[in-house]
Design a protein around this ligand. Structure first.
Ligand SMILES: Nc1ncnc2c1ncn2[C@@H]1O[C@H](COP(=O)(O)OP(=O)(O)OP(=O)(O)O)[C@@H](O)[C@H]1O
Ligand SMILES: [Mg+2]
Length: 368
């Protein structure tokens, strides 16, 4: 009875969540994106009590005393710490509903390369955070919808989503993925490559936020004219004292070269696997780039050079996955849950099989 009452609360409750390695976005049906914050949690080290999440916690990374830990509960798009992820989601959902106790239906975006166990963890985290029902949508599909592509047509489309922890490459036709590649190399690996480079070539130790800022400021995937310089501050590896260094954009590009090449190779591999008719379509329609790391200067040009196919950036690369998943919420209209579940779970459906709080309760009962 209680479940039915909650369902009757209607569409205003429905959410789409892009739970990313770097950022989590929450889209509220009928309103748009209501939360866009870093996927970071600050906890009391001993008790594990969560002190803050999102922007406030991110500012603490690398700056906490021993009693506080600021960390990211996801690694390469996969939940590494289930309890902390649940708490983070609970707080983000709570911000949307401003303290009202509601149990939303949620569409969660997931990287296409997750295993069944990893997918279950996403569902579990979302249900434990208060969701009544969880539907999963593959990120490349959501990115394509969010960028405004009509993916229902029998036409090949290629999407490349380069985030913080994963890069996803997919060929899509008639609403489904025909070819997909998921690579655990993305923005944080660019940061790691820069950290390693600065230590090896300049004896300078820097943290991830500093490396990320340098990458965003002067990093690139193709030579940029004119070349630029950036300043980076860290600790001298030998003396242990603070030191500043000026570094050129050419050198930063060299530091990122290997990681960028891995993503380019994955795109080429996916194109080689794509059936010829669809590959022909993609040569016409181009490659859509989404995700924060596709904003690395010269990335679309680099993909275009290496594949011979024009690559273009989504209008809003950081939000288009959440926007696309949000648009798919419209498909959740109507409260005949049983009918909807069976209709969604078809070969051409954008959704995977949904999980509900009731399913989980039944499973738990079965285990006992
Ligand atoms: N202008 C920019 N240039 C280069 N990189 C950028 C830029 N803006 C953001 N990024 C990078 O984008 C990444 C975050 O992108 P995004 O929010 O799409 O990731 P995510 O969805 O949280 O991660 P994932 O999908 O891999 O789980 C970070 O690594 C960040 O450094
Ligand atoms: Mg993402």
């Amino acid at each position: 009875m209680a479940l039915a009452r909650r369902l009757r609360l209607g569409g205003g409750n429905d959410l789409a969540i892009d739970l990313g390695t770097a950022n989590t976005l929450v889209y509220v049906r009928g309103h748009g994106i209501a939360v866009s914050e870093p996927s970071v949690v600050a906890q009391h080290t001993e008790s594990g009590r969560v002190l803050s999440v999102g922007d406030e916690a991110k500012r603490m990374i690398g700056r906490t005393p021993a009693t506080i830990t600021a960390s990211r509960p996801l690694r390469h798009g996969v939940i590494a710490d289930l309890e902390v992820t649940e708490e983070m989601l609970r707080q983000f959902i709570g911000r949307v509903h401003r303290g009202r106790i509601t149990h939303p239906r949620v569409v969660m975006c997931v990287p296409s390369g997750l295993t069944e166990v990893e997918l279950s963890a996403v569902q579990e985290a979302c249900l434990s955070a208060g969701a009544l029902e969880v539907h999963l949508i593959d990120e490349p599909i959501a990115a394509a919808v969010g960028a405004g592509l009509d993916i229902s047509a029998p036409t090949g489309r290629m999407v490349v989503d380069i985030g913080g922890g994963t890069s996803e490459v997919a060929t899509i036709s008639m609403g489904a993925m025909v070819v997909q590649r998921s690579l655990r190399t993305a923005g944080y690996d660019f940061d790691d490559a820069l950290i390693g480079w600065l230590r090896r070539h300049h004896g300078l130790i820097v943290g991830q936020p500093t490396a990320e800022a340098l990458k965003v400021e002067i990093g690139s995937a193709t030579p940029q004219a004119p070349g630029r310089e950036g300043e980076v501050r860290g600790r001298d590896a030998v003396s242990g004292l603070p030191r500043a260094l000026r570094i050129s954009s050419e050198e930063v590009r060299e530091a990122l070269r290997e990681a960028v090449q891995m993503i380019v190779d994955a795109v080429r591999g996916a194109l080689e696997q794509t059936p010829p008719e669809l590959a022909g379509d993609i040569a016409d329609t181009g490659i859509l780039m989404a995700g924060g790391s596709s904003l690395l200067a010269g990335f679309p040009e680099r993909l275009t050079q290496e594949t011979g196919i024009p690559a273009w950036l989504a209008d809003s690369p950081l939000t288009c996955v959440a926007e696309g998943a949000g648009r798919s919420l419209e498909g959740l209209r109507g409260l005949n849950r049983k009918a909807r579940v069976s209709r969604r779970y078809s070969a051409t459906s954008p959704y995977r099989r949904p999980t509900t709080a009731a399913d989980r309760a039944a499973q738990a009962g079965h285990r006992e």
